[in-house]
Design a protein around this ligand. Sequence first.
Ligand SMILES: *Cc1c(COP(=O)(O)O)cnc(C)c1O
Length: 714
Amino acid sequence: MVGRTQYVDKLRELARNLWWTWQPNVLTLFRELDPALWRKVDHNPVEFLQRLSAEQLERRAAEMALDSRIDYAFRRLAEYLKDTDSWGAVHASILRARPVAYFSAEFGLHESLPIYSGGLGVLAGDHLKSASDLGIPLIGVGLLYAQGYFRQTLDSHGWQQELYWNADTELLPIESVIGADGRPLLVRVETTTGTLHARVWRVGVGRTTLLLLDANVPENAESDRSLTARLYGGDARTRIRQELLLGVGGLRAVHALGIHPSVLHLNEGHSAFATLEMTRALIEASGLPFGEVVRDVAAMTVFTTHTPVAAGHDRFPAPLVEEHLGKIREALHLSYEDFLGLGRVYPADPNEPFCMTVLALKLSRYANGVSALHGKISRRMWQPLYVNTPEETVPIGHITNGVHVQSWVAPQMHLLFDRHLGTDWPRHQRLPETWEGIETVEDAELWETQQVLKARLINFVRVRLAAQARRRDEPDSAIDQAMEALDLNALTIGFARRFATYKRAGLILQDVDRLVEMVSSSEWPIQIIFGGKAHPEDRMGKELIQHIARLTKQDRFAPRIVFVEDYDMNVARQLVQGVDVWLNNPRRPQEASGTSGQKAALNGTLNFSILDGWWAEAYDGTNGFAIGMGQTHAIPSVQDERDHRALIETLTQSVIPLYYKRDASGLPREWIARQKNAFRTLAWRFNADRMVMDYVQHGYLPAAGGVSCAMPRS
Ligand SMILES: *Cc1c(COP(=O)(O)O)cnc(C)c1O
C-alpha cells in the first residue's frame, strides 16, 4: 500500500508541472501506462491520472516495471527544480530579487492547456520554457480561457464549425493561488461602470511560474463571468475588458504575491495597460508627478511588437477607454485629453482612436520586432511617432524569434543528436560548434530516422482522416480510402498555420492543372498535407478552407491532398516532424517572423519559403529553398501572381528533382546534404534559448538597471 500511494503521488506531482511536456522519457512513461486512454484524454496527464484508479495504476506500473522509471523521472524533476548551476545564475543574477513579469494574451505550452490560437502564443510558451531551462527569474502573466480558442471540424460541405466547451478546471494542470488571508486570491479592477474581479491560477512551467486570471467568479456581474471564456472572441468592449484584466489585473496579481518585478515585458500590445498600473502604483507609493514616474516605468519596460500590418493593431474608441481606464487616469492626475494622447500618434487629434501599440511604444524604452526584416518594417511604420527622427534611428530593434528545441524535436531525432552531438547538447544548443557534429551522422542514419518520422505521420494522418470521415457519416469506402491516404515514397509537403489571408494557403493551388500533373506524376509525385483554423469571423479564411476541402474530395487529388482538422500543437508537432518539405508563402513583408519553419528545421524537414520573416535572414542558398528573391509589389494580386510562378518554378526545378535524385543505395545525397546544412546553420540561431538570452542582454538587464546595451538592428 505504501508503494502504491507513493507512485500515484509521484505521477501526480509530475503531471502538475509542465516540465514533462519537454521530457520525452516522462511523456513515454505516461503513454505506456495506457496508450489508448492517453490518446483519448488529448495527452492531458491530470485527466489521465484521474481516470485511472490507484489499483489500475499500480498494476500497470508493476506489469511494465515502471517503478524505477517513475522514481527516476521524479528525481530528475526535483533536481531540475533546485538546480542553481544555470546560465541565468551567472548572467542574470540581478533579476533574482526582482524578476521579469512577462505578459501575453495567449500561451501555447501544450495541447492540453488550450489557451493559445497560434504563433504568438506558442512563442510565449516557448519563452517560458527556455527561461526555465536557462534559470532566468521570470513570471508569466496571462488569462485562463475556460473555452480556449475553439476546436475545429469541417461539415460535409467543407465549412468550418467551431466547437467550444468549458474546460473543467479540475482537469487542467493549474492550481488556485491563495492570498495572504488563506482564501483564493481575488484581484479587482475598478472601472467607471463597476468593478471587475478575477481569481488567479498558477501553472508550473519547469522553474518558471505562469499566473492566469479567470473572470468566472461569483463576485462578477453575470455578464462578466464569461469575460475570459474565449480567446479573441467578442467585440471591442470584451477585448478592452480582457486587456484591462490582463495588464492591470495581471500586475496586481503579481504585486499581491509580494513580487516586485524589475522588468515588464509586454509580448504584443494587448497587455500595455500594465505600464499604466505600474505608473499608478509608483505614484501612490512615492507621490512623485506623472512625468517623472512614467520615465522610470518606460525605463523598466520591454515591448515586443508582432504585427507588421497597420490594421492588425488593437485600437479602441475614446469612450471605451475612459470607461475602463478612467479610474486609473484620475490616479495618474491626467486630463481626459492628455490620457488619450498616450495612445495616439498625434495626441491632439480627437478622431484618432487609442492604440495599444502606440501606448506600448510610448511607455517602453526597449522595443523590438521579431525578425530583422520586421524590425525594419516596424521602424518605418511607427516613424511618425518619433518627431524629427529618421526611419533608421527610430528606437525599435529586433530580436528574431526562436523555438524551444526540446518541445519540438522528435524523440527519434533527439536520440540521434544524443549520439552525435553529445548528450548535453541541449545545454549548448545556442553555440554553432554544438551542431558541427551533425556532419558525422551517416546519410543513411539521418534518412532512416526521417523515414520513421514520416511513416508515423502518415499513420497519424490516416487515423485522423478516418475519424473525420466517420464523424461526417461518410460511407465505409471513404473511411477505407482515408486509411490508405498518402504514400511513404512521395515527396510530402506540409502547409499548416492560421488561415489568415496574408499567409495565402491557396497559393500552391492556383494552377489546378499543373497541380494535377505534379500530384499524379508516376515518376516524381508530390502530396500535400494541409491544416489550420480560420478565425471565426474570417469568411475568406473559411472559404479557402472549403476550397481545399473540396479539392480533397476530387478523385484526381483524393488520396494525395488532405486536410487535417483541428490544427493545434499536437498536429503541428506531427507535421513539422514528419513531412519532407515545409511550405510557407506569406505575402512579404507581412509575416513578422513565423516559427513553424524553425520547428521543421530541427527535424530535418527542409523549408520551402518566401523570403519573409525569419527565413529572409536564415536562408543561405544551401539550407532549404527560397521562393522568389524577396520582391514585393504595391498591387497584391501582382505580387501573388509572381510569387505563384516562383513557387512552381522552385518546386519543379529544385525541390522535386533534388528529392528524387537517388544514388545506387537509394539515398538522395544532395537532399541529405541540405538537411545537414539546415541543422548546422539554423538550429543554433533560431532556438528559444538564444532568443531569451538576447532578451536578457538587450532588454532585461538594461531595463533592470544594469548596463545598457542597444537592441540589435540591421
Ligand atoms: C508554431 C505554431 C504556429 C506558428 O506557425 P507559423 O507558421 O509561424 O504561423 C501556429 N500554430 C501552432 C499550433 C504552432 O505550433
